[in-house]
Design a protein. Sequence first.
Length: 488
Amino acid sequence: MSAPTPPPEAPAERLLARTVLVLALGVGAALRVWTALTDDGIYWPDEVFQSLEPAHRLVFGYGMQAWEFIEGARNWALPALVAVLLKLSALVGLEGPRGYLGVTRGAFGLLGAATAWGSYRLARAHGASALASAAGASLFALASVPLYFAPRAMSENASAPAVVLGLALALAPGASRRAGVAGASLLGLAVLLRLQNGVFCVGLLAVLVARRDWRAAREALAVLAAWAFLFGLLDRLTWGRWFHSALVYLDFNLVQGKAAAWGTAPFSYYGRVLLRSMGAVTGVALGLSLLAARRAPGLLGVAFAFFVLHALQPHKELRFLVPVLPLFAALAGVGLDAVLRHLPPSPVRLALPLAVVAVAGFSGMRAGLLTFGDLGQYEDVKPQASAWDDSGAINRLLITAGRLPDVCGLKVEAVHLAWTGGYSYFHRDVPLYAHNGPARESGRYSHVLTLSGAVGNGERVASEGPFALVRLPNTRCAPDPAWSSRLP
């Protein structure tokens, strides 16, 4: 089966397509990097303690340990990737938090722009014109939700470009053997970074079998089996048991159902939150994706399977859908092309793709107004609070504390330690205590990060918003054999 051949494009349409793609990717990349360098906030602790903090521990020798990296519920692929960025930053002289965090978050932001380009390639692989493909890609490049999540060091962001480019290569009708092997390899890497991406691997094999493309199916299965071996080997080398992280993770989430402790939501959650956070983009992407059913039934089925399987899980977070959003952007490009093929050359033929880009751009312009309620996070606690720079003040004070020459221990009284940047921002090899740690009179730490109204008899060193960094009087930090780096 070969991909439909796009009709010849007029020079003006080719120029417009190139312009739309370059602007969408360029503006999207610029916004992502700008956010990476200006927002110190936290959406959810995983973006620190599943990536930055274990990577910091690998490179610098100290860092808080979440339960997942004590019991082995995560593999070390993502922290290793982040550790490479931290090490490279240190080698070029950017060894402070502002340096290595800027490099890391900027790199993740650029991965988001690369993911949008993957949407373009995936649409083109299914026969969409360059203009329709570029317009579809803009729905990921410029929309508010992908912009918000992009710089965060999460497995969803790290794996999304591998998912979309892998499917662009392996799922394209008439793909060559080399493309099929490369695509399956990218999907194997995506699973190594995030276990849930195994849905895409199963989907790929199902589509190839449905097409009766037995050669491609056998080769894809062999490649994915090799990546599965690497997954198991990584766990064997790091945790001491084959597939240890997958087994512990699945037992925790599916057998024991403990993820429900972080909240549950009904099946309708994702649809409701997507409509709230970027309603126009969601409506356009969904409508155009359905129009792609005839041209790209396999891709549409894989995307919907991923969505439905996540909607069926009790615990839900909008970030879990990040790997599938570029697929719907690509499908939108294919659906848009199906519409354009029925239109004669006219201004309307050019206006429709531009309207899609405008919808994406308007969503991006409103990204700064996103609240946690819009993103479906903390809906019962602070739904009206801005989703941007949450905990940013705390993290900037952590950076300040790490630079003090006399700090020999720090207690964070103001918030739970999980909602801070940990040692990734503090970057000082001294004890870091949680709010329920030893009392100030214990002499175990020299500074506290507290609320401005709780300075007490200490000396205010710095403050931002409702928080203050305070030096305690006459404290030299007595050794504490009971201190643990485990995240409470």
